[in-house]
Write a protein that binds this ligand. Structure first.
Ligand SMILES: [Fe+2]
Length: 443
């Protein structure tokens, strides 16, 4: 086979009706300045983020299906706070601070369960699933009455089968917060997907170091050289919206950095056979594999029961990767979703929690696992493998964080393929300017 050029990506021109918009949004002018390293290393900046970002935005609590029945609750942590999201007997979802207003005790541990009511383990104060008091033992001992009506409620809403909460009582609506990407995920129908993996690992880096690692393809060649035989790391469509961003990475082709491709590389053979095509009998050109896979998946979707009718052809192969500000990475694919949540440590800017949810499209209910996989938590010492690619990313992170703390390092020096990082910092600056002290950004 002759040498080929893979410089051009043919993108779908017409979005399908109801589909994910594919139009490229002109990049905003973001300049070229250095991003100060203190944003990643200083306790002051961590606190500034707490005051101006974490307590102001909408945050992912968990999966709506995990709180499907009255009495179902999940408890999630963000920084110093712990939040309960519970479906009340009236079927309404509500979020509360996980704090007993009597003496401050936590009511439940992180995780999920089902309850009739929440009973504080310290003195037995009891709250309904609507957050209101059910009973206070020896009530006559409080002649001043109870301190409040019950648990402190905070905003709660759902989006694409996920439950969100906000620590900001005056937060804008979730729909407004998600605009203009609010409808982008609807064609994937996440409600047809089931959780196959749910875990948290502790990483020795700032939460943004982790966000950044999934926000650019510039690192693919050095960090994931095997992926150069599987995807196009250079012709990536990058769209920056008001606070969120995305890139569309073509899968099923070889990187333009690979000069000679004498035969179908093994990763593309795997892609062909995964799609149900025999690599040995594939006779088209190597740069036709992506289209061939898309067409074949489209044709066999109906007979296998997959509904891809709202997805465009590129979505059948490519990674539509979204950053939902501030801390969600959605790797969306036709038959699965890989969702990352990057959470800060409460006090240490050099530590974070990396949450992974893997969801698979299930056609046949018989394929459903008998029980939902339990959430598992691993410390850095556990050295839990998350698969080759994420392990390669995770391996970089503590070293990057250590280097950032060096006197030799001034800050992030970003190139054009890293523009989403620049946009991410612009959004962070916008929040600090809106909610922080006037001189907060005099770095
Ligand atoms: Fe990576």
């Amino acid at each position: 086979m002759s040498e080929r050029s893979y410089k051009t990506v043919v993108r779908v021109k017409e979005p399908v009706s109801k589909g994910t918009p594919v139009e490229h949004v002109p990049l905003p002018e973001l300049g070229h300045k250095l991003i100060p390293k203190e944003r990643y290393t200083s306790e002051e900046f961590l606190e500034l983020e707490w005051q101006t970002i974490w307590t102001k935005v909408w945050l992912l609590g968990g999966l709506e299906r995990d709180v499907a029945e009255p009495g179902d609750y999940l408890c999630t942590e963000i920084g110093r706070e712990s939040v309960i999201i519970v479906r009340g007997q009236d079927n309404k979802l509500r979020a509360f601070y996980n704090v007993c207003p009597h003496r401050g005790n936590r009511l439940v541990e992180p995780g999920m369960d089902q309850v009739d009511s929440f009973v504080c383990s310290y003195h037995g104060w009891e709250y309904g699933t609507n957050g209101r008091f059910v009973s206070i033992p020896d009530r006559e001992l409080f002649p001043q009455g109870p301190p409040c009506a019950g648990l402190t409620e905070i905003p709660c809403d759902t989006w694409n089968n996920f439950v969100f909460f906000s620590l900001n009582p005056d937060v804008m609506s979730l729909a407004e917060y998600m605009a203009p990407i609010a409808g982008h995920f609807e064609p994937y129908h996440f409600d047809r997907m089931t959780v196959v993996r749910d875990l948290t690992v502790e990483w020795g880096c700032n939460w943004k170091t982790s966000v950044d690692a999934f926000n650019e393809t510039y690192h693919v060649a050095a960090t994931h050289p095997q992926l150069l035989w599987y995807l196009n790391d250079m012709d990536v469509q990058i769209d920056c919206y008001e606070r969120h961003s995305r890139y569309l990475v073509p899968f099923g082709m070889v990187s333009p950095k690979i000069e000679r491709v004498p035969e179908i590389p093994p990763p593309l053979k795997v892609m062909l056979s995964d799609a149900g095509l025999d690599p040995a009998s594939y006779e088209g050109p190597i740069d036709g594999i992506r289209k061939a896979v898309q067409q074949h998946l489209r044709e066999k979707a109906a007979e296998e029961g997959f509904d891809y009718s709202d997805l465009n052809d590129d979505q059948l192969t490519d990674d539509y990767n979204y950053l939902v500000f501030p801390n969600l990475t959605f790797n969306t694919h036709a038959d699965h979703l890989m969702l990352f949540r990057h959470r800060p440590h409460a006090t240490d800017p050099n530590q974070m929690y990396f949450d992974v949810w893997m969801l698979h499209y299930i056609v046949d209910e018989d394929e459903l696992p008998e029980e939902r996989p339990r959430h598992r938590h691993f410390t850095a010492a556990d050295r839990k493998s998350l698969g080759m690619v994420i392990d390669q990313d995770g391996g970089n992170l503590p070293k990057v964080q250590q280097g950032m703390n060096s006197a030799a390092f001034q800050g992030l020096w970003l190139g054009d393929l890293e523009v989403r990082l620049r946009h991410f910092h612009k959004t962070i600056e916008d929040y600090i300017q809106e909610y922080g002290p006037e001189d907060a950004l005099n770095e």
